[in-house]
Design a protein around this ligand. Structure first.
Ligand code: NAG
Ligand code: NAG
Ligand code: NAG
Ligand code: NAG
Length: 284
């Protein structure tokens, strides 16, 4: 009996042990799973493309799944028919004709999609799975320039300059600020505009600033400019030319804005010409 016990085969052979160790340590089947979102900052209503790249070594692909948060919305499984499966959610619109075994096109991206997207690659037969996650940012950037308005065209020193400036609502919100003759306007004279109240479609600021003679240019001009910036996505301005009625060269109040960069070149060229003419007249 004793002899029989000692001769009993071990539970696993060396060969089996090595094989199991290889299975545990060898995840060579899959590597470099990487999700790429283009663009990472997408404008509301535009499309975004998710590309999932991966390297298979000695095992074939079993499935590739795309998730928004916890929700799988697209799956490619080469061994199933049909190979692609689009899950019908109301909050995401996949363009099937422009989606394939490694990429998904999302149409009309809305704010609800802002967040983490992932792709999950699985190989067979080991069912090795790797995931890559990227976040998507959705923004809404207004078209056009800020709209600037002043209560009056002429203000004398001692009077209060009242003006406002607005742009359509944006996400994220814009930073709006005034400059007067190229100097920053002190924030104590500025407050959030009436138009920024809830339910309104604009964001705005109101200016109420007592004027002193130092605020005027030598020619008695007040150049009020409203600037609006949204990160590096939006940077526009509009300008009002105001002044005192005692101004030497009364300028008609006019609006300019950053769109007319060519026209403003022309204006400054005209002004140079004007200075030259004045110089010639005075030096006679
Ligand atoms: C999604 O809806 C379309 C038609 O509305 C249908 O053809 C398709 O089979 C549905 N997909 C799934 C995964 O239910
Ligand atoms: C997205 O993922 C990051 C880390 O990967 C996490 O900190 C963040 O909370 C996630 N965002 C959402 C909306 O789940
Ligand atoms: C902005 O200013 C103009 C001129 O004073 C005024 O007519 C208009 O009502 C103001 N708009 C808002 C929203 O305050
Ligand atoms: C401004 O001028 C440049 C070249 O002079 C031209 O290419 C461009 O289209 C012009 N822009 C506008 C808004 O007119």
């Amino acid at each position: 009996m004793k002899k029989f016990l000692f001769q009993a085969k071990p539970l696993i052979t060396w060969f089996q042990l090595i094989f199991i160790l290889l299975l545990i340590t060898d995840v060579k089947g899959l590597k470099n799973v990487k999700l790429e979102v283009t663009p990472e900052v997408v404008e509301q209503g535009q499309e975004a493309i998710l590309r999932c790249s991966y390297e298979l070594e000695d095992e074939p692909l079993y499935s590739l799944k795309f998730y928004r948060g916890e929700h799988e919305f697209y799956r490619y499984s080469p061994n199933e028919r049909p190979q692609t499966k689009i899950f019908n959610f109301t909050w995401i619109e996949v363009d099937a004709s422009r989606s394939s075994e490694s990429q998904v096109t999302i149409r009309k991206v809305d704010f609800i999609l802002k967040g983490n997207f992932s792709c999950e690659v699985t190989t067979n037969p080991s069912y090795t799975t790797m995931t890559s996650t990227k976040s998507l940012t959705v923004v809404s950037v207004p078209r056009g320039k800020p709209v600037i308005a002043s209560e009056r065209k002429r203000y004398e020193p001692g009077e209060t300059l009242r003006a406002n400036c607005s742009i359509p609502l944006s996400r994220p919100a814009a930073r709006i600020f005034f400059t007067l003759n190229d100097d920053a306007v002190n924030e104590i004279f500025v407050k959030e505009g009436e138009a920024s109240r809830e339910g309104d479609s604009r964001q705005s600021i109101d200016l109420s600033m007592p004027l002193k003679s130092v605020h005027y240019s030598l020619s008695g001009e007040l150049k009020l400019r409203c600037n609006a910036k949204i990160a590096d996505m939006y940077d526009e301005w509009s300008e009002l030319r105001l002044g005192s009625s005692r101004q030497r060269e009364p300028v008609p109040a006019s609006v300019r804005s950053s769109s007319s960069s060519n026209r403003s070149l022309e204006i400054s060229d005209l002004r140079k010409l004007w200075i030259i003419i004045m110089f010639l007249i005075h030096s006679r």
